[in-house]
Design a protein around this ligand. Structure first.
Ligand SMILES: *Cc1c(COP(=O)(O)O)cnc(C)c1O
Length: 366
């Protein structure tokens, strides 16, 4: 609290990110869904050839080189792409642009009960009403729960975080058809890890109310660069540009624009990294299941596992942490019996599994 802060800031409940160890600290970091593999070699090539003198000049407002690269790879028009400083910023602009605050209709934004923890932060900060839709048995999202529920907008992460589960295109269509007067955000931070791959981008020409949000942070190994994007109808993209230009008209800097563009165009490298992660995900899930963990099928680069009887999630989280292995634990009732484990390299996951095995056997002995 501070007397110098306004009411909004005094009452804000900011997002708390997963722990980032200090530089030089040796840990196995499986807590913030970063990619264990380096960015595309094309990203380094950009850095080598970049003329530092260009930094004198402001960047391009739209990040044109990047949005043209996305348009090419995704088969959409550049005018259907919007770039921002990470998808967190893109999502923040979406909430401000598409959802009603302090409206006389009082309608809420619908989000899954357990989903990306930034959504409730945005809702609070922008004074938007919210309604959490419970998940079904096994953390499953049911599209029918988003039909005939009055709302001013919908935000769904697909695959969902932290559950790792996803819904298919037919379910997304059902939600879009039932909510034609609201914008439906499909946050696809992890879509690239879907096996077989699919994306709601294929629906944007059918649904002017669909806003797909993507990021280069996870599958492109560029979390440190901060480039996220939205793919949607021109009508929605225009709205996002109005919001952006009322706040910060240069969200993607000159280097970020070029590095992200080169990375997105390196389709082959991207696919190779994803294949490796999917393979490691399958192996890790099998190992955990063989130890008695409940592991829902994951469509993301993490798994959401419930330890077997005899050791609770928080104890396991703390014991692993003491050994330099970071995973994510949420205290939230309903999901506080699970750990969210990012898929690292095979080597990292072998060490993780060996340590988990040891913890489980220690717990049995005591
Ligand atoms: C990681 C994540 C993001 C944010 O990604 P940035 O582009 O790095 O800001 C958005 N949505 C979900 C569901 C995420 O897990």
């Amino acid at each position: 609290m501070s007397k110098y802060w306004n009411r909004k800031i005094n009452e804000a409940e900011p997002y708390v990110a997963g722990e980032q160890p200090k530089n030089g600290q040796k840990v196995i970091k499986l807590n913030t869904n970063e990619n264990p593999y380096p960015p595309s070699p094309m990203a380094r090539a950009v850095l080598r050839s970049f003329d530092i003198a260009d930094l004198r000049l402001y960047p391009d407002t739209n990040g044109t080189e990047f949005i043209e690269a996305v348009a090419e790879v995704e088969g959409v028009k550049p005018s259907q792409v919007f770039a921002g400083n990470g998808s967190d910023e893109v999502l923040a602009l979406c909430f401000q642009t598409f959802f009603e605050k302090e409206s006389n209709t009082d309608l809420p934004v619908l989000t899954p009960e357990f989903s990306y923890s930034f959504y409730p932060v945005f809702e609070k900060f922008y004074d938007i009403r919210s309604k959490k839709i419970p998940l079904r048995e096994g953390l499953r999202l049911d599209a029918d729960d988003y039909v005939n529920v009055p709302n001013c907008g919908i935000a769904i992460a697909n695959p969902n975080a932290p559950t790792s589960r996803s819904i298919g295109l037919e379910d997304i269509r059902k939600i879009l058809d039932a909510n034609k007067d609201s914008v439906v955000i499909i946050d696809e931070a992890y879509a690239e890890f879907e096996d077989p791959f699919f994306t709601a981008v294929s629906l944007i020409d059918d649904y002017p109310n669909l806003c797909v949000v993507r990021t280069t942070s996870k599958s492109y190994s560029l979390a440190g660069l901060r480039v996220g994007y939205a793919i949607a109808s021109e009508e929605l993209i225009e709205g996002l540009k109005r919001a952006r230009d009322s706040f910060n008209s240069y969200p993607t800097d000159r280097l970020a624009e070029k590095i992200a563009a080169a990375s997105v165009l390196d389709v082959k490298y991207h696919e190779e990294c994803i294949k490796k992660i999917i393979r490691t995900r399958t192996n890790t899930a099998e190992e955990l299941k063989s130890m008695g963990f409940d592991v829902p099928d994951s469509s993301a680069n993490f798994i959401f596992a419930r330890p077997p009887r005899g050791i609770d999630a928080e104890t396991l989280y703390l014991n692993l942490r003491a050994k330099g292995i970071l995973v994510r634990y949420f205290k939230t009732p309903g999901i506080n019996d699970r750990l969210r484990i990012t898929i690292g390299t095979d080597d990292e996951m072998e060490k993780f599994i060996a340590n988990v095995r040891e913890e489980i056997s220690n717990a049995k002995d005591s």
